[in-house]
Design a protein around this ligand. Structure first.
Ligand SMILES: [Zn+2]
Length: 171
């Protein structure tokens, strides 16, 4: 990033705050050369905590991977894409509000499960059956994508036959 006045690249952040809609962060910056101040708006991902995987690796929070996994869990269920997107939006907002630099993939999975339970019971069970096996939201997306590409995962529910709570008819 460059100073819009003198194009100097050394900039100091003097204030950051979440914008009211929660989708971006407003930063007040000051140029170290000319001393002028200006405001930038940044997309939310840059301020999200790093996700600590089970094996200790760290990765940036990946909204698309999570959405992909949620869409697959909600396949053929009465859940709209915009419902899932606003769910992920609120998850991102809560992660930012918590202000942690790192979060375990397990904690994210638990938050996702807690939210999904209110959105759709079947999707919750589907997600949970795979998620608890891999303990990794992102791995869930990869796993389900893989199954679908193989053509063997057309019915996600079949992979959770051993789940005692998978009672679709009760909701
Ligand atoms: Zn400047």
């Amino acid at each position: 990033m460059r100073c819009p006045f003198c194009e100097h690249t050394e900039l100091r952040v003097i204030d950051s705050r979440a914008v009211q809609d929660g989708n971006s962060i407003r930063r007040r910056r000051e140029c170290e050369r000319c001393g002028r101040r200006f405001t930038t708006f940044e997309r939310i991902e840059e301020n999200l905590p790093m996700v600590v995987k089970k094996d200790g690796r760290r990765e940036p929070f990946n909204r698309e991977k999570l959405l992909n996994g949620l869409r697959l869990a909600c396949r053929k269920r009465p859940v709209s894409t915009s419902q899932l997107e606003s769910f992920v939006d609120s998850l991102e907002r809560s992660l930012i509000a918590a202000g942690q630099r790192e979060i375990s993939s397990r904690s994210i999975g638990e938050k996702v499960m807690a939210g999904l339970r209110h959105i759709d019971q079947v999707a919750y069970i589907r997600f949970g059956s795979v998620y608890h096996a891999v303990e990794d939201v992102e791995a869930f997306g990869r796993l389900v994508t893989l199954l679908n590409h193989d053509g063997t995962g057309s019915d996600l529910q079949s992979s959770s036959d051993d789940q005692p709570k998978s009672d679709e008819g009760s909701s």
